[in-house]
Design a protein around this ligand. Sequence first.
Ligand code: SME
Length: 137
Amino acid sequence: IDSNTTKEAKMQAICELLKEEVPHYDWVGFYFKNGDKRELKLGPYAGEPTDHTIIPFGKGICGQVAESNENFVVPDVQAQDNYIACSITVKSEIVIPMFVNGENIGQIDIDSNTPDPFTKADEAFLEFVNFEVAKIL
Ligand code: SME
């Protein structure tokens, strides 16, 4: 097993654990900057397959976080005009950027079928998850 396989497997396990253990996490995935391109590429995820494996910077909640470098909590996805729908069952979303040496290299993206479920505790917890994942990249 090469080190990339190991990293992917670890991130996959984290996605599955978060999805299974947190009732309001219905889709959990990592997106990463795709080389030198101004776009995100889907990494490991747990939940329904998505068509959105590539997201240009600026597009959707994920693409906005790629540019803002800030957490984005969306209590009601239908109220967002710059939003990319993955599933009609999704009501809310949280995207937390991941940093390595101060650079925004990707993000964790979580969709919920529950309206307005995300709190400051989710933000703090997912910042911690990203901090830990960044160490293995
Ligand atoms: N809803 C995201 C797209 C990714 S899917 O949620 C997996 C967005 O608006 O960027």
